[in-house]
Design a protein around this ligand. Structure first.
Ligand code: ZN
Length: 299
């Protein structure tokens, strides 16, 4: 496979007792690396979280539903945020993109050390008044483990999550990226569980699988070996940020009146930079003055 296209798939196996998701995300993770100039460890953290969010977005119900994964931690990565939707769009950033740490004992990027202790928050927004929010303490900070733990704790769904980002040592570009989520439905037969656990134990890992030229379909077939597997869909995915001049105005409207006044008097305008894609939006004093009016009328 030439990694030409990022996409995700969904499958059912063992007569519907197992559901599985798989994704290849090399291009979109590379794009976010390039936009933010992320270090390898920041790329790995963000890429793993983006792959997970894409699959979790696919579990949502409708086009405009959003899932956001936030990690706040005391390690040097500090804060990682990713948002995805039902349509294969994902965006994200790491608050500290320059982190460099020694590899772990297996010679891998030490994402767990970059995280340290902290929390993982999952926010599901179905367009209702209040989003669904649940939070767990980070388990290992390696993200796949944390999500496995999240599903067990918060949703009582036995789940196995695998995520990986492989980075070229020479030019630090992303060579492979992706992941899988496998979940058991209630009352799954014990022999199905045993076989699946055995398959997952033997699985060589997401990045070695994808970097060897396997597609996400082939990756899931390896994990679901011995079961009948039905693939339900194939959905292209991409890095996409929906920020706009108008959304920047909405952000400015949340600021204190005093701050807006300072922007008018001292800066003669304002610049808002999107955290996710670093696009810049400029606002004139006239726009700031109309925001000032709006805030005044509101209070
Ligand atoms: Zn943006």
């Amino acid at each position: 496979m030439e990694n030409n296209e990022d996409y995700l798939i969904r499958a059912l196996a063992a007569n519907g007792q197992v559901r599985a998701f798989g994704v290849t995300s090399r291009n979109l993770v590379e794009e976010s690396r390039r936009i933010h100039n992320n270090s390898p460890i920041a790329t790995a953290a963000l890429g793993r979280l983006m792959s997970a969010a894409l699959m979790m977005g696919d579990m949502m119900k409708e086009k405009n539903d959003l899932v956001t994964l936030q990690i706040h931690c005391d390690g040097p990565l500090k804060h990682v945020v990713v948002t995805s939707d039902f349509d294969g769009n994902v965006k994200g950033y790491v608050s500290n993109p320059d982190v460099i740490l020694p590899p772990n004992n297996e010679g891998h990027l030490n994402v767990g050390m970059g995280m340290g202790k902290g929390t993982l928050t999952v926010i599901r927004d179905y367009g209702l008044k209040e989003p669904y929010v649940s939070q767990i303490d980070l388990h290992s900070g390696e993200i796949a483990d944390d999500l496995t733990y999240y599903y067990a704790q918060s949703e009582q769904i036995p789940t196995s999550v695998g995520l990986g980002v492989l980075i070229d040592r020479e030019d630090v570009k992303v060579k492979a990226s992706g992941g899988f989520i496998v979940q058991l439905m209630p009352n799954t037969d014990k022999n199905v569980i045993d076989k699946l656990e055995d398959n997952i134990r033997k699985f060589p890992g997401v990045t070695s699988c994808l970097n060897n030229g396997n597609t996400p379909e082939e990756m899931l077939k390896i994990i679901l070996d011995g079961f009948d597997v039905k693939f339900n869909e194939r959905k292209p995915c991409r890095f996409h940020c929906s920020c706009s001049h108008q959304k920047g105005l909405d952000v400015l409207e949340t600021l204190p009146l005093k701050t807006i006044r300072e922007m008018i008097e001292e800066d003669k305008g304002a610049e808002v930079v999107c955290d996710f894609c670093l696009r810049k939006y400029d606002y004139t004093t006239e726009e700031l003055m109309s925001i000032e009016e709006k805030i005044k009328n509101r209070s």
